[in-house]
Every structure is written in C-alpha cells, then in structure tokens.
Design a protein around this ligand. Structure first.
Ligand code: SF4
Ligand code: SF4
Length: 307
C-alpha cells in the first residue's frame, strides 16, 4: 500500500511522531526517513492474527498521528492484514506465503498462539501455528502486538483448552531465534505500536525492558505518573468508582503495571482508565488475566482487601 505524499507532509508527521516517541527534535529527519522507508515498501510489514478479539487492530484505527487512513494508505507498506486487507481466499494465502519465502519483512502477530490445539485457529487450510512459524523464521523482527500475543493474555488464562501461549514462548519452542518485541495492552495503544515500528524502521531494535517491551513507552509504572498519586501518599482512598481519591483499595494494579497510559491518554488524548474513575486492571502487565487468582476475575473485592 504505497502512495503519494509530500516532503512537507512527512516532516509535519515526523515532528508529531518524534514527540510521541519521546525523542529529541534532532531526530525529526531520521523519523521522516523511517516513515518514507515504511511507505515506499522498503520496510515491509506482514500482519497475522491468531487468538484475539481484533481489539488491537481496532485500537490502531484510533491512531491520531498519523490518522488511520494516512497510516494504512500512505505510511505503511502493509502487505496483508486479516481485518482490513481487500484480498481473500487463495490470493491472500499467496501473499502470506510469498512474503514468508522472500523474508526481510517485519512480522506483526496479534493474538496468542494455540500451541496445544493448532486447529483452533486456521487461515485457509493452514493452522496459524504453521503460518506464524514460517513468517517468523524469515522476518527481520517480530512484533507481538497486544497482551495476548505478548504474554498469553485472556486466551492464555489458566485452564484454557487451546494451550494458548505468547508468541515469544511459541517461537522459543519452535527453536526460532528471530527477536520479538512485545507491545502489550488490552488493547494496545496505537502510539506504542506506531512509535515502535517507526523506531525499528530507522534505528533497529529499540531499548527493551526484561519483558522485551520498548522502554520509551513502558519504563515507569502507571502509579508513578498517576494523577491520584498524592491521594495514595496521603492515604486518601476511594471506596467506590465514583469517588475521588486513590483507587488502590478498589483493585487498582497501577503499582505493578508498567505503561505510560496516565500521561499519554487514549482516543486522541481524551481520557485514560484512572482519569475516568476506573482502577488500572493491569492490562499491559506480563501477568494480566493468566491466573484464576488474578484480581480481574475476583468477585466481592473488599473481601480480599481486608475491608
Ligand atoms: S489510583 Fe492506582 S495508580 Fe493511581 S495512585 Fe492509586 S494505586 Fe497508584
Ligand atoms: S491504565 Fe492499566 S488497565 Fe488502563 S489501559 Fe493502562 S495498563 Fe491497561
């Protein structure tokens, strides 16, 4: 998907991208170059979807800088995407197989991998396990987008019948050594994906934390940047969602969750969970929804919080 664009458009967009990635303004020409490489097909992107709800794709369509139409039609050489590609049937299988064979692409995987039941997720006549393996082997990098792909997420919850696991765990089992970048979130934030992809296109692998998440977005906890942090310090705790005060006692997991939601906001900078009065449920965390004991699944929360 490539089209016309002007240098001026690139520079304008690059300035916005540079800010969202937290880079210095000196990086603007580099970011412009990266976007150009993505748009002109010098960096090819193949997107495969395994066990997921498509939420991360929908979230990407909420992207502001660039907006969805720009992103998909002008700034990314997206060879195939389950939800938005016009191709279907043999044509799309052909694109995926040819891309895997040629190699050198960036593989984006949305959703967890049904390692214990490959037939649970098929595309054409092939299980997704096979398609992901083939595409990952020859890719320059793999981006696991969303918590399902990054850590297993809801499909990977304890007792799941498909043996769902993260992309990195699956590739390790298959002895495929392509580097995986985890961009969690349920759903992910479009800036996290667009910023990481652009960085990758220009500079290569961004600095990552121990869970392979880009540090530019996942360096600090929700708690550290929370607008209610001073309430926490003063032990001013809310007892219900509508109350002011820190949400810790009604289940907020901001203390253990690394992401920059409270300073980035969602839906074009409109709001975030905590600003809206909802505790952080830890959707970007590496433990999100995996165990039955995870806070997210519990009822009568006050019972667990000693109230
Ligand atoms: S609302 Fe959550 S993230 Fe904010 S200060 Fe309280 S515990 Fe920390
Ligand atoms: S604040 Fe927490 S639950 Fe909300 S989007 Fe961010 S990481 Fe997920």
């Amino acid at each position: 998907m490539t089209t016309k664009f002007t240098r001026r458009q690139f520079i304008e967009l690059s300035s916005k991208m540079t800010v969202l990635m937290g880079l210095s303004t000196n990086a603007i020409p580099d970011i412009a170059q990266a976007l150009e490489n993505l748009a002109t097909g010098r960096v090819k992107v193949l997107w495969l979807q395994a066990q997921s709800c498509s939420g991360c794709s929908i979230s990407l369509l909420d992207s502001e800088h660039p907006n969805p139409a720009e992103l998909l039609t002008q700034y990314m050489s997206l060879l195939f995407h389950h939800t938005i590609s016009a191709a279907s049937g043999d044509r799309c299988m052909d694109i995926v197989e040819k891309t895997s064979k040629a190699g050198g692409h960036i593989l984006v995987v949305e959703g967890s991998i049904p390692a214990g039941m490959p037939e649970a997720c098929m595309m054409g006549h092939k299980p997704m396990t096979e398609l992901v393996s083939e595409a990952a082997k020859t890719a320059s990098h793999v981006i696991a987008i969303g918590t399902c792909a990054a850590f297993g997420g809801i499909p990977g919850a304890e007792g799941n019948p498909t043996g769902a696991i993260s992309v990195a765990t699956f590739l390790k089992q298959q002895k495929i050594s392509t580097t995986v970048i985890n961009i969690p979130g349920c759903p992910t934030h479009p800036d996290w994906f667009v910023g990481s992809l652009t960085y990758l296109a220009k500079y290569g692998l961004p600095p990552l934390d121990k869970h392979s998440r880009p540090l530019m977005f996942f360096k600090r906890t929700i708690h550290e940047n929370c607008p209610r942090f001073y309430d926490y310090e003063r032990e001013n705790f809310a007892k219900s969602f509508s109350e002011e005060g820190c949400l810790f006692k009604i289940g907020c997991l901001g203390v253990i969750t690394y992401a920059d939601c409270t300073i980035r906001d969602r839906n074009g900078g409109t709001n975030n969970c905590i600003k809206a009065g909802a505790p952080c449920v830890g959707c970007s965390s590496e433990i999100f929804a995996l165990k039955k004991s995870f806070l997210f699944y519990r009822k009568n929360e006050s019972k667990y919080l000693g109230e």
